[in-house]
Design a binder for this molecule. Structure first.
Ligand SMILES: [Ca+2]
Ligand SMILES: [Ca+2]
Ligand SMILES: [Ca+2]
Ligand SMILES: [Ca+2]
Length: 188
């Protein structure tokens, strides 16, 4: 398999991002932890129906997107399994559209707190506070400006989808999607 080096670098970075508890494997627990963090960052109390809805959305991502990558069936997705699965995305645009489309829908439903069809800077900042704890607010704001491709102050579902597809398929560090998980790493 021939994954371009910059795509590989981003795949590795996204693994660390998903591995919320930092134990170097992706499990169901990481998704529950991320759901709880994002719900708290969006202001939903512990035990609330809204928190449950967000955790369930992360558990769907686990079951539908990440668990199928567990090819040895040990209930954990390690870096090799993750790379094997995600590196296929850049070679199969139709699969990338479908899988990343599902992911975009899940994240969009979570981040668009007021349900008006766009993610505004405050919604994005709250989402990222849970999703990427510790990312400086200036970096979050800069990422927002890149992902809001038409600059109208809202990230639409289409803009988010394009960014996510670019993240996993484009070898060009200057495309907006390089910012899908915050500041891009230097191009290889
Ligand atoms: Ca983990
Ligand atoms: Ca495994
Ligand atoms: Ca909104
Ligand atoms: Ca926009």
């Amino acid at each position: 398999m021939t994954v371009q080096p910059y795509v590989m670098e981003k795949i590795r970075a996204s693994f660390d991002f998903i591995d919320a508890d930092g134990d170097h494997v992706i499990t169901e627990d990481d998704h529950i932890l991320q759901g709880k963090r994002v719900a708290a960052a969006l202001g939903h109390p512990e035990g609330s129906a809204e928190e449950r809805r967000i955790i369930d959305a992360y558990l769907r991502i686990w079951k539908e997107l990440h668990l199928p990558m567990d090819t040895d069936g040990d209930g954990k997705v390690d870096m090799d399994e993750f790379i094997a699965a995600t590196s296929k995305l850049s070679e199969d645009p139709a699969m990338a559209e479908r899988l990343i489309g599902n992911l975009t829908d899940s994240f969009f439903a979570i981040a668009d707190r007021d349900g008006d069809g766009g993610i505004d800077p405050a919604e994005y900042a709250a989402f990222m506070a849970g999703h990427a704890p510790g990312m400086p607010s200036a970096e979050v704001a800069e990422a927002f400006r890149h992902l809001d491709i038409d600059g109208d102050g809202q990230i639409t579902r289409e803009e988010l989808h394009r960014a996510n597809v670019e993240y996993f398929t484009s070898n060009d560090p200057t495309v907006p999607g390089s910012w899908a998980f915050g500041r891009p790493t230097a191009a290889a």
